[in-house]
Design a protein around this ligand. Structure first.
Ligand code: AN0
Ligand code: CP
Length: 320
């Protein structure tokens, strides 16, 4: 594996899930693979889970790890070519990428969507430059449009907890005070469409996800109707993807608190498990009672980030 961005990069899900189960059973069994190799994890944005779980995964594989927080201690980076660099940015990504690549064997990048320029975000303009100019395998740790390490951990979690062969999985939009990227719901939709589940998306009008990720997915705008009989409820806020109206890209179109997942919502499900990638704002996205209930999977889901990252880094190490 040379890049990890889309579900297709992982290949067959059954094989990947079997590998995840094997890794979970003995997470150090591939420790030899990373010997004398270094993973560089570059963060343009904040992180708790991705930062910790990916470092842990790298160590499981015997890798050395370097973590760089670009905004804390490094030079401010210009990312656009042709700019006269007379502002506060001291270094260009076009020099920084090959320099950083010279110290490592594989690179993880966290670079959120700017949410102002749809075309720049959906072309993954920063991650693409890393792929082009580093000469090293690149994996997304949430880039502009996708969060595949999260989606893989979600898939592993659903596989572990499903009580029937083909569970009903509902992705529901929920309100949030700030405009958030579409990366998590994009990847979740992409992965669930390829998984053995009945997948339904529910959101207010105007929040349609990009067909690149959600093409032909079943969308039900009536949230309560969508949740009926659900086995898994996956809540997440996202800003307007600008599919129906590109001028609304990155905007907050709804603050409707009736979408907050509470006990009334869970009551119409098939005693569903509750999922969220975290960090989560309580009583905006989900009520205290639901996130604290025995059916809440948010902690095991986060723990599975170590497993998804171990499988992905293992696959990369096997290819270099
Ligand atoms: C980010 C997002 O919604 O993409 C990260 C989630 C893993 N969330 C926030 O910025 C709150
Ligand atoms: N779920 C997730 O990626 O969390 P962090 O933003 O804390 O890494």
């Amino acid at each position: 594996m040379k890049t990890f961005l889309h579900a297709a990069d992982l290949g067959n899900f059954e094989t990947a899930l079997a590998e995840a189960a094997a890794v979970k059973n003995d997470r150090y069994q591939f420790e030899h693979l990373g010997r004398h190799k270094t993973a560089l994890l570059i963060f343009f944005n904040n992180s708790l889970r991705t930062r910790l779980s990916t470092q842990k995964a790298a160590r499981n594989l015997g890798l050395d790890v370097i973590v760089l927080d670009v905004n804390q201690g490094a030079w401010k980076l210009e990312t656009e070519r042709g700019v006269i660099m007379d502002g506060d940015k001291s270094e260009h990504l076009l020099e920084a990428i090959p320099v950083m690549a010279s110290y490592c064997d594989l690179i993880g990048v966290r670079t959120f969507a700017g949410l102002t320029d749809r075309e720049a975000d959906y072309s993954e303009n920063i991650l693409t430059q890393f792929i082009k100019y580093s000469g090293k395998p690149i994996f997304s740790m949430e880039s502009a449009t996708a969060h595949p390490l999260q989606a893989f951990a979600d898939l592993i979690t659903i596989e572990e907890y499903r009580e029937k062969r083909r569970p009903k999985v509902v992705l529901t939009w929920a309100p949030h005070p700030r405009a958030l990227p579409q990366a998590v719901p994009n990847s979740f939709a992409e992965w669930m469409r390829a998984a053995e589940v009945d997948f339904v998306i529910t959101h207010p009008e105007g929040y349609e996800l990009d067909p690149l990720f959600a093409d032909n997915a079943h969308v039900e705008h009536d949230q309560m109707k969508a949740l009926e009989g659900a086995d898994f409820v996956y809540a997440k806020n996202w800003s307007c993807p600008g599919v129906t109206n590109s001028e609304d890209y990155g905007k907050i179109l709804s603050r409707d608190m009736s979408w907050t997942v509470d006990e009334n919502h869970m009551a119409v499900t098939n005693n569903a498990y509750f999922m969220h990638c975290l960090p989560v704002r309580r009583n905006m996205i989900v009520s205290d009672n639901v996130i604290e209930s025995p059916r809440s999977l948010v902690i095991p889901e986060a723990a599975n980030r170590e497993i998804s990252a171990t499988v992905v880094l293992k696959r990369i190490l096997e290819s270099i």
